[in-house]
Design a protein around this ligand. Structure first.
Ligand code: SF4
Length: 286
C-alpha cells in the first residue's frame, strides 16, 4: 500500500480568513513604514507567529496608554472589542486600524439589533474569550454567557431572549444549548452566529477524522480553538496527537497507523502545518 496516499492534510487547516486578514494588515502596516505597530491583545495564540511578529517589533499591549511611542499605530485584532473600549482606543489620538473580522462584526450587529428591542442576550461560548468579552459589550448590560446545555439548565426565566454563539462554537453544542434556553423564555430568537469558515472546518474534520486511525492536530497548546478541535477529534478517532511543531511527533504512532488525518487550529500558520506533514511523510517512508 502506498503510505503517502494515506496521509491526508485538511484543506481548511490553519488560519481562518479573519485571522489571516488581521495578520496581513499588521504586516502591511509595518512594511509601509507605519512603525511601531501595537496590537491590542495578542493577534493570535501561536508561539511561532508571535515570535515572528516580535522580530518585526510588532508588539502587544492591553490598552492605548501602554504605547510608548504615540506616533505608532494601534490595531484592533480579529476578535473585536466592546463599543466602550473601541471609543477609548479611537480617542487616544493615535492612528487606529480596526482589524475586527467582518463575521465577528456581524455577531456584534445581531446582538445590538435585538438588544435595542429589549431582548436579553445569551451567548453560547467561553466567557473569558476576547471575542465573547467584546460581544457582551453590545448587550446593553442584559447579557449572559453559558458554556453549554448544563449551564443553560440553571438559567432563570426571560420574557424575550436572543441566543447567539461565539463564532468558533461547535454547532451541536450551540443547538443543544438553544433547545434548553427555549424552555426558559417567552420569546426565543435563535441567532446562529457560528461563522461559515468554522462550520466548513467542523464538517471537514468530522468527515475525515472518522475514517482515520490517527489524527494529528497542529496548533498552540494555549489556543482555545485548537484544543476544541483536538477534543472533537478525540470523539471521532481512536488516537489523537496535539502537537505545536513537528519535533513533538510520535514516531511509533505514525508508523503503525494505516490512515492519518492532519488538521490544525485557526491560529496555526501554513508553514508549521507543512513541516508537520513533511515529517510525517518522511517517517512513513523510512
Ligand atoms: S473564526 Fe470566523 S469569525 Fe472568528 S476570526 Fe476567524 S473567520 Fe472571523
Amino acid at each position: 500500500m502506498d503510505q503517502q496516499t494515506d496521509v491526508i492534510v485538511a484543506k481548511r487547516a490553519g488560519f481562518c480568513p479573519g485571522v489571516k486578514r488581521a495578520i496581513d494588515k499588521v504586516l502591511e502596516l509595518e512594511a509601509s513604514g507605519h512603525r511601531p505597530v501595537y496590537t491590542i491583545g495578542p493577534l493570535i495564540h501561536n508561539k511561532q507567529v508571535t515570535q515572528q511578529l516580535a522580530e518585526k517589533q510588532i508588539t502587544t499591549i492591553d490598552k492605548p496608554q501602554q504605547a510608548s511611542d504615540k506616533n505608532g499605530v494601534l490595531v484592533i485584532r480579529a476578535h473585536g472589542v466592546t463599543p466602550e473600549f473601541q471609543k477609548e482606543i479611537e480617542s487616544s489620538g493615535m492612528k487606529v486600524v480596526d482589524a475586527t473580522c467582518p463575521l465577528v462584526k456581524h455577531a456584534q450587529n445581531v446582538i445590538a439589533q435585538f438588544a435595542a428591542k429589549g431582548y436579553h442576550t445569551i451567548i453560547v461560548g467561553d466567557a473569558d474569550h476576547a471575542e465573547v468579552v467584546g460581544l457582551m459589550g453590545y448587550t446593553q448590560g442584559k447579557g449572559l454567557v453559558v458554556s453549554g446545555p448544563e449551564e443553560a439548565r440553571k438559567l432563570p426565566y426571560f420574557d424575550k431572549v436572543n441566543v447567539v454563539s461565539q463564532t468558533t462554537q461547535k454547532e451541536s453544542v450551540f443547538f443543544q444549548t438553544a433547545e434548553e434556553i427555549k424552555k426558559h423564555a417567552g420569546v426565543c430568537q435563535i441567532s446562529n452566529t457560528i461563522c461559515q469558515p468554522t462550520k466548513d472546518r467542523q464538517k471537514e474534520t468530522i468527515e475525515l477524522a472518522q475514517s482515520a486511525d490517527l489524527v494529528i492536530v497542529v496548533g498552540g497548546k494555549h489556543s482555545a480553538n485548537t484544543a476544541r478541535l483536538a477534543l472533537l477529534c478525540k470523539a471521532l478517532s481512536p488516537a489523537v496527537q496535539h502537537v505545536e511543531t513537528e519535533t513533538e511527533l510520535d514516531e511509533n504512532l505514525i508508523c503503525s497507523a494505516k490512515k492519518i488525518f492532519i488538521t490544525a487550529g485557526a491560529s496555526t500558520p501554513s508553514w508549521v502545518i507543512d513541516r508537520v506533514a513533511e515529517r510525517v511523510k518522511n517517517l512513513r517512508n523510512n
